[in-house]
Every structure is written in C-alpha cells, then in structure tokens.
Design a protein around this ligand. Structure first.
Ligand SMILES: *Cc1c(COP(=O)(O)O)cnc(C)c1O
Length: 381
C-alpha cells in the first residue's frame, strides 16, 4: 500500500480539505445532490482515497470517465452508483449491466445494445441521455431528444433516469453563452416532461459558483472538490474559500558546491552565474513534472523559494539552494506544489507557466508518485 511507500516523492491528499470543500459546495447547492467527478484517478488525487472519503461523508454517486475506472473502484471494495461520463461502445454493455453502472448515452445504437444486454441479465439499466446544448462533443441535438425518448419506449429494460448536458464556457466571466445554453436545456426538459425523467443535471464546478439557475436536480462538481479554481474568472468570492487537497513533495538526495560557470544537466541548459549550492531531488518528467518547466519554476525548501535549474530529467531535477547555504541537509523536504511556512506554490502557478490549466497539472502527476491520505496537516515523511 502507498502508506508504506519508500518513495521520496509523494503526493499528500489532505482529506480535511476535501471535506471542507464538499461542505462549501453543498452549502452553495443547498438540498440538491452532488455527484462528485472522480474521473482520471480523481483528477490525479487517487480515486480510491478520494471516493472512500466522499462515501464516508455520505456521497453515493460518482462520475467516472469509463467502465474501467468504475471497475477499479468496485474491485477496491467501494460500492456506489458510478455514472460513466464518456461515451461507451456496445462492447462495454455487459460490464455496464453487470456492475449496474449508469452510462451516459448519445445514440440509439447504445440504447438498444444496453437494453438487450440488460434483458439478457434479467435486469433494468438506468441511463442518462446526453443532450448537446452547446458543448459540441457528445450528445443528441436538442430538437431530437423527444423523438429519441419516444424510440427508447420500445426498450422496457432501459430506464432513462436522467437528462444531462455540459457547459463548455461556464468558467468565463461572461455568462451570456451559458445562460443561452441553459435556456436550450430547459426547453428540452419542458418538452419531455411526460417521460418521467427523475434527474436533470448540467452544472459543473464553475456553474456551482456562478450559475445558481443551473443547479436543477443534481450538480456534478469536479475541480472544486479538489480545492482548485475552475478558472481565474469566477465571480463568486466563495471560490476563495476552497482549500487545495493535493500537496506534492520530494526530498533532497544530493548536495554539492559548484563553481561559477558550471553547466548543469542535459544540454547544459543552465550555467551557474556564481559559486552555487545545488541540490538534487528525485522527481522528474517521469513523475509528471513537465520538462517545459525547466529553468522556469521554483520550489520551496525551508519555506524559501528556490529556483529549479537545468533541464528537468526523467527521474531527477536540480535546484539552486544557495540561499540556504549552511541551513540545508540531505533528506530535507522540498515542496513542488503546496505550502511551506508563509510561501505557497499552487497548481495554478505551474499551469500559467506551461500555458495550461490546473486540471492538467494535477491530472498529470504520474502513477509513480504514491498518493498518501492525510487527515491533519501532519505528513508521514
Ligand atoms: C469532468 C466533468 C464535470 C466536472 O467538471 P469540473 O469543471 O471539473 O467541475 C462535469 N460534468 C462532466 C460531464 C464532466 O465530464
């Protein structure tokens, strides 16, 4: 188990912060349900750890990307209702039915294949019909939904439990497009009332903060449960109360004094400008520390921002810890993402440097990095 990992590079998963974030989101949506999205290994936080904690808080329904993600959680002994958010193919129907997963569907072909499989198993399968109100990725066009539901009446083993859609632009300051989209979804819901749909859902994290009209029956938060902002454009100041769940750390394994003008790491992409104290840490792009951060990021050592120097390699990275001369030793903790003393490096900071979003930073931390759940701010080093 990860708790026993001897690895020096670790991702700590702060369960108290997760609980705090869920309470905040729940306060925003009131009595509506939240279906946390735990796809992509819970945005890199470790789906087993996250889902266990969320279950202990009373959450029972979770969004996974595909059948395999759901199966991994079932096999880990975490029974729950798993909504499969990405489109599956007929070859997945047997597993979907066997585990009573709830797929999101966009084709009659899938509806029929699922119904056939459910009938064979003597079961009914619940599904959520995806409506493309503007994401342009998956889903049925709004004007075709009624006809689709009508055709599904022919499949008694298929229970259309939900109608869902997804916002492509709810994280932007200008909500005009999202409101238009919500209007389209509402018209679909009004036009399909006689089908007895139980749950209507469209809200993601950004919409939970900034589009209360979109809550409907259920909201599907992802990024916010991990304490990260959906974007820099969220208007609701309560977004600032989120607490980052993940902390990514490593330890110093080597220290050396080098003279000025010394080339370091592959390609000598960095030369020391003065006599320098250089630390080596066992983290690299093989752990998800993006090579494009080479010579372009800082880490925390003893609460001090220290520049990363030279090319980030697969397994090892160099730091200039000259500022800590006489004050730093082998084994000392280095924070890549997280807090140390008064300083903090956020996933957003790394995202900005890479021209990407915080979602990709945390999801990109590789499986080599053990995820260690912590209850308090105490870390097991
Ligand atoms: C991932 C996902 C979400 C959650 O989005 P966040 O922006 O992370 O809150 C919601 N709905 C669907 C369909 C998703 O795939």
């Amino acid at each position: 188990m990860s708790e026993q990992s001897v690895r020096l590079t670790k991702a700590f998963v702060n369960l108290q912060h997760l609980t705090h974030n869920m309470r905040l989101l729940q306060e925003l949506v009131g009595s509506r349900q939240l279906w946390p999205c735990i796809k992509a290994d819970a945005y890199g936080h470790g789906a087993i750890i996250i889902t266990r904690q969320l279950k202990s808080l009373g959450y029972k329904t979770f969004g996974v990307a595909d059948v395999e993600e759901g199966m991994a959680l079932v096999q880990a002994g975490i029974p729950a209702t798993y909504i499969v958010l990405s489109e599956a193919l007929p070859e997945h129907c047997q597993a979907l039915v066997a585990h009573s997963f709830e797929p999101t569907i966009s084709t009659l072909n899938m509806a029929e294949a699922l119904a056939r499989e459910a009938e064979k198993a003597g079961k009914r399968i619940s599904v959520h019909v995806k409506v493309d109100t503007g994401m342009g990725r998956l889903g049925i066009q709004p004007e075709d939904v009624r006809n689709f539901l009508e055709q599904c009446q022919a499949f008694p083993a298929l229970h259309i439990r939900g109608l869902m859609s997804h916002f492509p632009r709810a994280d932007e300051a200008d909500k005009e497009y999202s409101l238009e989209q919500l209007g389209r979804f509402r018209r679909v819901l009004e036009g399909t009332q006689e089908y007895g749909i139980e749950v209507r859902h469209i809200a993601n994290s950004a919409a939970i903060f900034d589009l209360p009209d979109s809550y409907l029956d259920v909201a599907r938060p992802g990024i916010a449960i991990y304490g990260l902002h959906p974007s820099g454009e969220i208007a609701n100041s309560r977004v600032n109360a989120l607490k980052p769940v993940l902390e990514w750390t490593t330890r110093i394994v080597f220290l050396k004094e080098v003279s000025a003008g010394m080339g370091l790491s592959y390609g000598h992409a960095y030369h020391t400008k003065r006599p320098s104290l250089i630390a080596t840490v066992p983290v690299g792009y093989g752990d998800g520390l993006n090579r494009n951060l080479s010579n372009n990021c800082t880490v925390l050592v003893h609460g001090v921002r220290c520049p990363q120097v030279g090319r980030i390699t697969m397994d090892l990275t160099l730091l200039d810890v000259t500022a800590l001369r006489g004050n730093v030793q082998l084994g000392d903790e280095v924070v890549i993402i997280g807090r140390q003393g008064a300083e903090e490096v956020t996933a957003d900071e790394l995202a900005r440097k890479l021209g990407t979003i915080n979602y990709e930073i945390v999801t990109g931390i590789s499986h080599r990095v053990p995820r260690i759940p912590i209850q308090l701010d105490e870390k097991i080093k």
